[in-house]
Write a protein that binds this ligand. Structure first.
Ligand SMILES: Nc1nc2c(ncn2[C@@H]2O[C@H](COP(=O)(O)OP(=O)(O)O)[C@@H](O)[C@H]2O)c(=O)[nH]1
Ligand SMILES: [Mg+2]
Ligand SMILES: [Zn+2]
Length: 285
């Protein structure tokens, strides 16, 4: 039988096959072959009534995220709360770079629009202008999620965002399921509402990976490659005088010109230069 690993705990793999869950183990010889099944994997498995099944084969992965470990992600959904907690666009842009680096489709969700519509529109403009499919929603108001739900149909989705951004609220709305939702004030107490095991939630032909909130990201990218992960630069870098322009101090830079003319959002460019300098320094040690 063929299915998708949706959960991994204590050496057991739970496989979804035609909306039924099978409890399995990996084959003993997997370890010698260095095969390590992870959540998201499409696998071939054997199962007999009243006995534990086992995984026979792991199909090639489309991609793999390492923290937390999950494979075959179609879309990274970057969740930005307009307020409560305060958003951090540096962290957001680093997450986007990571997803660009992995070659995963990216969409941005501005959440809690009900709390500040004006500010939400500002965020919406930044990410739309940067070339991302962007949604404005309130996870607590079901009607605002119709387009997003449509967009996610048939996909395996990684929800990325800090604690209390609204990831679990979005998940429960999209999947019509109850997912544990935390209160903003609880979030400072570490671990209380953090998902510890890795699990894909699913229904309606959508798989969601409600990642535990992250607080920092270590990018492992050569500083001179960084520009390739800012998609909105592409259109303007052909106007740079130098072919290998990093868009920092070079004269006649098409990207800097686009920032001045308001065609590239300032926050994106500022975060670019900051990360560029940080990566450069790191490389000098
Ligand atoms: N006002 C408002 N509150 C929201 C919205 N989405 C989520 N929340 C609240 O924000 C808190 C954290 O949500 P949760 O889904 O647990 O965030 P997670 O940590 O990212 O999974 C909860 O109290 C939610 O009720 C929204 O669109 N508007
Ligand atoms: Mg949550
Ligand atoms: Zn340039």
């Amino acid at each position: 039988m063929k299915g998708k690993i949706v959960k991994l705990t204590g050496g057991y793999y739970y496989i979804n096959c035609e909306d039924k869950i099978y409890e399995t183990r990996a084959r003993g010889n997997f370890r010698h072959q260095k095969i390590d099944p992870i959540v998201g994997d499409i696998v071939e498995f054997k199962y007999e009534e009243n006995s534990l099944g086992y995984i026979e084969k792991v199909y090639p992965r489309k991609n793999m995220l390492t923290r937390p470990k999950v494979s075959n992600v179609d879309t990274a959904l970057i969740v930005i709360p307009v307020r409560d907690p305060e958003y951090n666009l540096m962290l957001i842009d680093k997450t986007i770079i990571q997803a660009e680096y992995e070659g995963i489709e990216i969409a941005v969700v501005i959440n809690k629009v009900d709390l500040d519509e004006e500010e939400s529109k500002k965020l919406f403009d930044i990410y739309t202008k940067s070339g991302f499919k962007t949604f404005m929603i309130s996870a607590t108001i079901k009607d605002t999620l119709i387009d997003l739900k449509q967009f996610l149909k048939g996909k395996t989705v990684a929800l990325c965002g800090v604690s209390a951004a609204g990831k679990s609220s979005i998940t429960s709305q999209i999947l019509d399921k109850n997912v544990e939702i935390g209160r903003v004030s609880d979030k400072t107490r570490r671990g209380k509402h953090t998902t510890r095991h890795v699990e894909l939630l699913y229904s309606n032909d959508i798989y969601i990976f409600d990642t535990p909130g992250f607080s920092s990201i270590n990018l492992d990218i050569d500083y001179e490659d960084l520009k390739n992960y800012f998609r909105e630069f592409k259109e303007y870098q052909k106007f740079c005088k130098f072919n290998n322009c990093n868009h920092i101090n070079e004269p006649k830079c098409g990207v800097k010109k686009a920032v001045l003319e308001g065609n590239i959002p300032k926050t994106r460019y500022e975060n670019y230069t900051q990360i560029f300098e940080d990566l450069k320094k790191k490389g000098e040690y």
